[in-house]
Design a protein around this ligand. Structure first.
Ligand code: PHE
Length: 343
């Protein structure tokens, strides 16, 4: 091998490499180029391996040249590798990019049931008048649901209640009035409470469901009179239905109040003239009420000469229906999202 021809061959090899590396477009291809020009079987390796067989004078010249070529090739490969890696990274970024400024997908969210909202609204009104919230059990005894409310076993009013009995003495409460007795048993007057809760009756049609919601009210103090009852319930009705509605008190009967009334508000559909909704009376019934029957005080150990009070009880679903113009009670319990999400 003459040194001129080796020198030329190294130049040719470098030229060929420069063309190849220029055309290289991927890291895989680059790996092949690397093997071709720097691998064990490459021309450059062969030259370097056989340096010892050359003329001693030629050795340093060829050796330097070959090493220069090797360095050039190595550095070009390194540059290209970095370039290709950057390119790949950018491509990946472009393909996998997430635009954080895009608005997120909205998930459907739960809402408070309309009955719960109306209970809270009614609670707020009475809290504003100085009442507190009380509660009682839904599974009751005959004693609290009837007996202590002046409704003994043979009382005709019992048949109106369509009671779910669990045993002879245990039942699902048919109204929230037992909370009156339980609260008076454990507290001394003055008492100003309302007691919301579920009640149960064996009934099912457009205006009756086996479970519904009532809010009981009880005020017991010195010198409570019927005027106090009228003011509290009129204020309540104006807050819930609007100041323009008229309120009237109609004589009625409950075993645990004396005298007893039913409370009506003027019909807002016909403005009191009479229509289908108010059965042509111009009035809509919203609750039962009355002065606490003094007999109840003997059941809870109060002296009936010292205290007096009033009580009232309303159906929350009914208040809701009148407030929002809903004509079928069963809608409240069917969990149809089209109904629920309207409020
Ligand atoms: N408990 C009665 C009912 O369910 C309502 C009522 C409560 C009446 C308090 C008077 C006093 O019909």
């Amino acid at each position: 091998m003459g040194n001129v021809s080796i020198d030329e061959k190294l130049n040719l090899e470098l030229e060929s490499f420069l063309k190849d590396i220029e055309a290289t477009e991927s890291l895989d291809e680059l790996e092949k180029v690397k093997t071709k020009y720097l691998g064990r079987k490459s021309f450059l390796s062969t030259v370097l391996k056989n340096i010892g067989t050359l003329d001693p004078a030629e050795r340093p010249i060829v050796g330097k040249k070959a090493n220069d070529v090797r360095k050039t090739i190595e550095s070009k490969i390194n540059d290209k590798e970095k370039y290709l890696k950057d390119l790949e990274f950018e491509k990946k970024l472009r393909e996998e990019k997430v635009d954080l400024t895009l608005p997120g997908k909205k998930l459907p969210s739960g809402k408070k049931n309309i009955i719960s909202k109306v209970i809270e609204e009614i609670e707020e009104i009475f809290i504003g008048m100085g009442f507190e919230i009380a509660e009682g059990p839904e599974v009751e005894t005959d004693y609290y649901n009837f007996e202590a409310l002046n409704t003994p076993k043979d009382h005709p009013a019992r048949s109106l209640h369509d009671t779910f009995f669990i045993s002879e003495d245990i039942l699902l409460r048919t109204h929230t009035s037992p909370v009156q007795i339980r609260y008076m048993e454990s507290h001394k007057p003055p008492i100003y409470i309302i007691a919301p809760g579920k009640v149960y009756r064996r009934d099912y049609d457009v205006s009756h469901t086996p479970m519904f919601t009532q809010i009981e009210g009880l005020a017991v103090d010195k010198d409570i009179n019927f005027g106090n009852l009228k003011w509290v319930l009129q204020t309540f009705a104006h807050e819930v239905f609007g100041k323009d509605r008229k309120v009237r008190f109609r004589p009625h009967y409950f075993p645990f109040t004396e005298p007893s009334v039913e409370v009506d508000v003027s019909c807002n559909i016909c403005d009191g003239k009479g229509c289908r909704v108010c059965s042509n009376t111009g009035w809509l019934e919203i609750m039962g009420a009355g002065m606490v029957d003094p007999n109840l005080y003997s059941f809870v150990g109060y002296n009936e000469e010292e205290v007096s009070g009033f009580a009232f009880g309303m159906g929350v679903e009914r208040i809701c229906m009148l407030k929002y113009g809903i004509d079928d009670l069963r809608l409240f319990f069917e969990n149809d999202l089209r109904f629920i999400s309207q409020f």
